[in-house]
Design a protein around this ligand. Structure first.
Ligand code: ADE
Ligand code: ZN
Length: 330
């Protein structure tokens, strides 16, 4: 299975670029930019990654992002992630970034997006990895702040394929941003949203009905509501599931109890992703390995998951077909 996981071409559809900041790079950027970190050693950083909830992770994740200052920092961060993709046979990636995490510290939108997109271009040219960029709004911040961020994104519209919604879920339902997402749609952005990670199934309903999402990020709490699962199957609305993240943040008790295989067998278009790999102990292949080790997944089901990653992507039908055809030949 491990060999097949490595060899299969895969797409990643749920990756926060700030969540790919490995402790080693965090330390070297902190030193270069003279930012003080609350840790003395890399070992200490790793020990701090002992999360009890989404919020306990977010507090550390936002603190870590403080070391990102210059365009070259965003470039180095993204390039390091792309090298990991290359090593794992990830041929296409759709990357989230959180502009508000940076603009709130006085970093220009342009600095962030130029650094990331220069690395993505190099990744396409030198590694053959295609990519899209998705701008996420932080849902714990105000609607007004999100509207300002949307406005700031407009000069870079050609570099952004869509928008998403992340950060602290409970207490910040999709309805809070309904008006914003209407505007995003007018701009031509594709729409996704985190929903049903810690929030209950009502968050998923709202993301579908009020935000009109094309994909749900996480969505694992859909199985609390049979009619919702039926809708996801009927409309083939993809879920970008992140197994290691779900266990680390205690959205799921342990990997044996993860519902990804159950949803797959019911006909839900589930995909496997890493979310914040530097914090949760693995990139895409480690997420596939974790479910294979703990759930009774067949080789055909593994191939379906890899195919789903392309099917659920924003690639052209032609590119999707190309990869799905490759997978079918294994
Ligand atoms: N930001 C980064 N990772 C996230 C997650 N898993 N949920 C919500 N917001 C996030
Ligand atoms: Zn996420």
């Amino acid at each position: 299975m491990k060999d097949l996981i490595t060899k299969l071409p895969k797409a990643e559809l749920h990756l926060h670029i700030e969540g790919s900041l490995e402790p080693e790079l965090m330390f070297s950027l902190a030193q270069k930019n003279t930012i003080s970190l609350p840790y003395k050693t890399i070992e200490e950083v790793k020990q701090a990654y002992n999360f009890t909830s989404l919020q306990s992770f977010l507090d550390i994740y936002y603190a870590g992002a403080n070391v990102l200052i210059n365009e070259s920092d965003f470039f180095d961060l993204t390039w390091a992630y792309l090298l990991r993709c290359h090593a794992q046979n990830i041929c296409h990636t759709e990357i989230f970034f959180d502009p508000q995490t940076h603009t709130s510290r006085g970093i220009a939108f342009k600095t962030v997006i130029d650094g990331i997109t220069k690395a993505l271009q190099k990744g396409e040219q030198e590694l053959g990895i295609s990519s899209f960029l998705i701008m996420c709004f932080l849902r714990h911040l105000s609607e007004e702040n999100a509207f300002e961020t949307l406005k700031a994104s407009l000069p870079f519209k050609d570099k952004i394929i869509g928008v998403g919604l992340d950060s602290s879920e409970v207490g910040h339902p999709p309805s809070k941003f309904q008006r914003l997402f209407v505007e995003c749609k007018k701009v031509g952005y594709k729409i996704v949203a985190h929903a049903g990670e810690e929030g209950d199934s009502s968050y998923i309903w709202e993301a579908i009905n009020l935000l009109q999402v094309e994909r749900i990020d996480h969505g694992i709490r859909c199985d609390e509501d049979e009619s919702l699962v039926k809708l996801l199957i009927e409309k083939q609305i993809p879920l970008t599931v992140c197994p290691l993240s779900n266990v680390k943040l205690r959205a799921v008790k342990n990997m044996q109890e993860h519902n990804i295989l159950k949803l797959l067998r019911q006909g839900v278009l589930v995909t496997v992703n890493s979310d914040d790999p530097a914090y949760f102990g693995g990139y895409v292949n480690e997420n596939y390995e974790a479910i294979c080790d703990n759930l009774d997944l067949s080789k055909e089901e593994l191939k379906t998951l890899a195919s789903n990653s392309f099917k659920a992507s924003f690639l052209s039908d032609e590119r999707k077909k190309h990869f799905i055809n490759q997978i079918s030949q294994y």
